[in-house]
Design a protein around this ligand. Structure first.
Ligand code: PLP
Length: 399
């Protein structure tokens, strides 16, 4: 079996943990978290009305330079709402990548739609615009359906199932931006709405623009394992302010504002983030630049280590560390390495976890899960190549 003791010692030294368990990603609370939580409790505004929810949204608008941000209870229900707002209906189909966290595909299912999976790019880990276009060219026809679409608006229909392709959800894997501009251009040609799953990529930029702001709707997550956390939480990002206002209305059970009357004008959702979570979010946002700088430092440190180790440890080469893609500034949410094959990947996972260092393979492909085995998919050559090789290594902020 290959020996990864040099890598294990390096990770222990880097995290200043000679013996204790080293997790993949743990949160850091080093600012105003306790102060804001106390303020929140003292005010009694602990549910979804309060100064922190509004402030948190404003802070994210300012940081991402989007036009409107709407907090949600988590990233999964933010994705659900984003798809509903994009017009996804039961019996529609929605394209996404097979290499993603389950929430992306689950949110599509909540709408009563079926996912269709097309391949990722090896250098971004995100949806490949080229593979997407190839699949669309071979599998859809563009026509009008007055029952579903607004008259005179053409839509794409899957030639084999007859179903409408309503939307596409690319994802910025581990914080590395995908070729989102090219994906949007392809989807535009086929009249397909794009929802950007930026759950993992707060603080990541593509061609200088924040991820999640390219499509009409983007989604962030603030789960406990993310770059910043609200405990549980998510956010919708909108280019269209009015659409954002409507989304906010839907997250609050679509209650028509009135001092005492209870009137609701849509099927609404109880999706708005509570003030107590947003209090954490405001304190965490104040430290985002510091966290990002530290994460970049760690990525650089890993990259140099693997470069210098080149060949001195079996299956570790100069190209082991997965770098940020071209034209991108990644938040390096989870650092990743690429081993030579599945066997070496499994040796690495076994030895590091036995040494109490948490490492993890990438998610199983969505197409391998029982709920999605019947779904249609394109050639998944890159996704299959990646799952045999990719491993995440500890990535918490080191202070
Ligand atoms: C790609 C992706 N999409 C969606 C989500 C869902 O976010 P949440 O856990 O906040 O529901 C996550 C992560 O948790 C994710 O990694």
């Amino acid at each position: 079996m290959n020996d990864y003791s040099k890598t294990i010692s390096f990770i222990r030294r880097t995290f200043h943990e000679p013996e204790a368990f080293i997790p993949l990603h743990e949160p850091r609370f080093i600012g105003n978290e306790k102060k804001y939580l106390e303020e929140c409790i003292d005010s009694t505004f602990v549910s979804s009305v309060g100064q922190f929810v509004d402030r948190f949204e404003e802070m994210v608008v300012e940081y991402t330079k989007t036009n409107k941000a709407v907090v949600c209870v988590n990233g999964t229900n933010a994705l659900h709402l984003a798809l509903l707002l994009s017009g996804v209906l039961p019996e529609d189909e929605v394209i996404t990548q097979p290499l993603t966290f389950i929430a992306t595909a689950n949110a599509i299912s909540y709408c009563g739609a079926k996912p269709v999976f097309t391949d990722v790019d090896r250098d971004t880990l995100g949806l490949s615009p080229k593979k997407l276009e190839e699949w669309l060219e071979g599998n859809v026809e563009i026509r009008e359906d007055k029952a579903k679409a607004k008259p005179s608006q053409p839509q794409s229909y899957n030639k084999s199932t007859g179903k409408r392709i309503a939307a596409c959800v690319p994802m910025h894997t581990f914080g590395h931006p995908c070729r989102i501009d090219e994906i949007i251009a392809v989807c535009k040609k086929y009249h397909i709405q794009v929802v950007e799953d930026a759950a993992e990529s707060l603080g990541s930029f593509y061609k200088g623009q924040h991820t999640g702001t390219f499509a009409d709707i983007g989604v962030l997550s603030f789960n406990g394992n993310k770059t910043i956390t609200t405990g549980g939480g998510g956010m919708l990002l909108f280019n269209d302010k009015q659409l954002g206002e409507h989304a906010k209305h839907l997250t609050t059970q679509a209650k028509v504002p009135h001092k005492w009357e209870f009137r609701h004008d849509h099927i609404g959702y109880n999706y708005r983030m509570p003030n107590i979570n947003a209090a954490l979010g405001c304190a965490q946002m104040e430290k985002l630049d510091l966290f990002l700088a530290k994460k970049r430092e760690l990525a650089q440190h890993y990259s140099t280590f693997f470069l210098e180790l080149n060949g001195a440890e079996a299956s570790i080469s100069a190209s082991t560390f997965f770098p940020e893609p071209e034209n991108a500034k990644s938040n390096y949410w989870l650092n990743a390495i690429l081993l030579n094959n599945r066997e070496e990947r499994d040796h690495f996972l076994k030895q590091t976890n036995a040494a109490d260092i948490m490492t993890r393979p990438v998610w199983e492909l969505m197409t391998e899960l029982p709920m999605f085995t019947q779904c249609q998919y394109g050639d998944l050559f890159n996704a299959k190549w990646l799952i045999n090789r990719l491993v995440n290594i500890p990535s918490s902020v080191i202070l």
